[in-house]
Design a protein around this ligand. Sequence first.
Ligand code: ADP
Ligand code: ADP
Length: 221
Amino acid sequence: MISIEVTDLTKTYDRNRTALLGPTFTVRPGRVTGFLGPNGAGKSTTLRLLLGLDRPDSGSATLGGRPYAALGEPLRTVGALLDTEAVHRARTAYGHLRWLAVSNRLPQRRVEEVLAATGLTAVARRRVGTFSLGMRQRLGIAAALLGDPAVLILDEPSNGLDPEGIVWIRHLLRRLAAQERTVLVSSHLMGETAAFADHLVILAGGRLLADTPVGDFLERN
Ligand code: ADP
Ligand code: ADP
């Protein structure tokens, strides 16, 4: 089991665009942690730093005590969904996942497993360019699950999903947490997230506003 540790993390983009002003928090396994805050709070920046896609100015963001770059086989440790991720439109869903599996030396059977887990088996041979936003979101989640990772980092995973899809993702997240995985899910929707998360980490203006079990938060607010 792996915890995510964010310590005194700071990041400023070109000149005075300060995204993070030193939040410190731990995300523990076996529960769904909602990562909340209004647009511009610094959530995506934090996730990008965790995934080694950018460097902090100071502080650290680690997974089981190691920075992302130090993980031997990253996909086996961390599965991520970022809204910026582009999938080749000419590829089929199956082709995309197969390519990911091969290039990361993951067993081929994982492709069928994650297609089934995300409800994409029936459309696996269709080109991604023909997919709705919700189907693309499911494919992104399938890719995140491919390495059977201990840690899931998902940026606004219910974006583009229809109501049925939103119920589905909630159940999936609950199941992943029940499997003792570490599940961090960002959202700008407080009420929606409090409905399925166990724990909330809330940022505002690049600072930590709250780090609390959902029950305590609901009682106080
Ligand atoms: P959130 O995900 O909570 O909406 P972000 O981490 O995307 O917040 O953004 C935090 C702040 O950093 C915002 O002021 C945003 O405009 C700025 N920012 C984010 N990414 C960049 C970037 N690549 N270049 C410049 N500024 C950025
Ligand atoms: P249910 O009890 O709803 O059937 P399961 O946990 O048995 O749920 O999962 C159903 C399918 O989802 C199985 O094919 C399983 O391999 C797949 N699955 C479950 N968890 C994961 C995961 N973390 N990564 C990839 N596939 C998963």
